[in-house]
Design a protein around this ligand. Structure first.
Ligand SMILES: Cc1ncc(COP(=O)(O)O)c(C=O)c1O
Length: 402
């Protein structure tokens, strides 16, 4: 089946709106990135981008970045070995750290975001007579991580924390980095700091875990990024480092975005004061393109005929503003989307929706349902992996039992 036939089959299952994630595409993209970056660089999938993809991700990457107790529960449910987890997150509670320590018996890697967290990890590890590996997160000038001074202090005093072994540094400053220069400056800053830690404190970091926040192009008029070129450039940057330890790249969007589509149906059509509107059964609570401003930019999309499920080729093209099903004027997916013919009942397939849409939506607003989720792969074909879930039960008070 080609891609369109797969989407058509999912539509026939009758569950719009839905997400469809193509696992082969996901794996192939990671393989391509790995082949360019080379064997020295290892990859860590930031599961916040799309937690449904953790199992296929682990067929290709070394680690998952796990950022909350909820994400950890998902990993536990799937019996992900602790060796494949880096436990991250700005807020780590005692009971959660304990839970993770017990699960992994001290294995895995923990990130440290503050002095308080460092002390908490030391305390908890001591309780179980373990020595755990940690990465100190360097801040990029916000609430995350610690500044250089604190990192230096912890490294200088490292002998006084026998239950915590500092492996190296973690750094992530943000997503959608379009300019190579920004990556270049960050890599240089990290390299200088690592060198300084070697020279001043005889601390030879074993590892640097770096989130590059690689850019994904979502909209039609934007310049398309070329994976090969971008990854070759980046490899060049890493090769220019003096640091010779292990480098792990923590990536979410760049791995997952491309493998997913979001499909919604146009369920009502109207013209108000000269503007054509199509009302879709989904909306902005399900689809989230970073950088979309006031629904002005046109993402990559397909219009499928409501009757046949085929891509619509015929019909006069005219601009339609596509709105969702929420009671807010901001629920506009795209303004003036060029659509063909009679659009009522047609399906809109929004591309590159594999990262963050599934996790960042304002799902509880209006108590609308959470979309269904399908996988497709050569091995298993189409699978419905999550049914539509009503959110109404989360938005009502519990009933008193008699
Ligand atoms: C610490 C950390 N690492 C990695 C990522 C993944 O970023 P991206 O999706 O831009 O690759 C995030 C995203 O928020 C993050 O907070």
């Amino acid at each position: 089946m080609n891609r369109q036939e797969i989407i058509k089959s999912c539509i026939e299952m009758g569950n719009t709106p839905f997400y469809l994630f193509d696992l082969d595409r996901f794996r192939e993209r990671i393989q391509k990135i790995k082949s360019i970056l080379g064997e020295k660089v290892s990859l860590c999938y930031a599961m916040k981008a799309n937690p449904f993809l953790i199992l296929p991700a682990l067929e290709e990457v070394d680690r998952l970045e796990v950022c909350s107790p909820g994400e950890f529960s998902i990993c536990k449910e799937h019996q992900i070995p602790m060796e494949n987890i880096v436990l991250s997150g700005v807020y780590k509670e005692e009971k959660d750290v304990e839970n993770v320590l017990r699960y992994g018996n001290g294995r895995g890697v923990y990130t440290v975001e503050s002095l308080g967290q460092f002390q908490l990890l030391e305390r908890e590890a001591r309780k179980y007579n373990l020595c755990i590996s940690v990465l100190l997160r360097l801040t990029s000038g916000n609430q995350f991580g610690m500044d250089e001074q604190m990192i230096r202090e912890l490294i200088r005093e490292r002998e006084t924390f026998p239950h915590v072994k500092i492996l190296g540094l973690q750094y992530y400053s943000g997503t959608q980095k379009k300019r190579k220069k920004v990556l270049e400056e960050e890599i240089l800053r990290l390299d200088v700091l690592l060198k300084d830690l070697r020279e001043q404190y005889d601390f030879h970091a074993e590892e640097l875990e770096y989130g590059p926040g690689f850019y994904v192009s979502y909209f039609q008029k934007e310049e398309e990024e070329q994976v090969t070129e971008a990854m070759e450039d980046f490899r060049g940057l890493l090769e220019g480092m003096e640091f010779s330890g292990k480098i792990t790249l923590e990536i979410g969007r760049y791995l997952a975005a491309e493998c997913g589509v979001y499909v919604t149906r146009i369920v009502d059509v109207k013209e108000n004061q000269g503007q054509r509107y199509g009302i879709a059964d989904g909306g902005i609570h399900h689809l989230n393109y970073y950088g979309q401003t006031m629904a002005m930019k046109v993402p990559w999309y397909m219009q499928l005929d409501g009757e046949t499920g085929e891509e619509k080729q015929e019909g006069k093209e005219s601009p339609v503003t596509i709105c969702g099903a929420l009671c807010t004027v901001s629920d506009v997916l795209v303004k003036n989307l060029p659509l063909k013919g009679n659009i009522l009942g047609d399906f809109l397939v929004f591309e590159r929706a594999g990262a963050y849409s599934v996790t960042e939506g304002i799902y509880l607003f209006l108590s609308r349902d959470l979309p269904a989720i399908c996988f497709n792969s050569r091995e298993k074909g189409i699978e419905l992996i999550r049914d539509i879930i009503p959110s109404s039960q989360l938005n009502m008070r519990r009933r008193n039992r008699k």
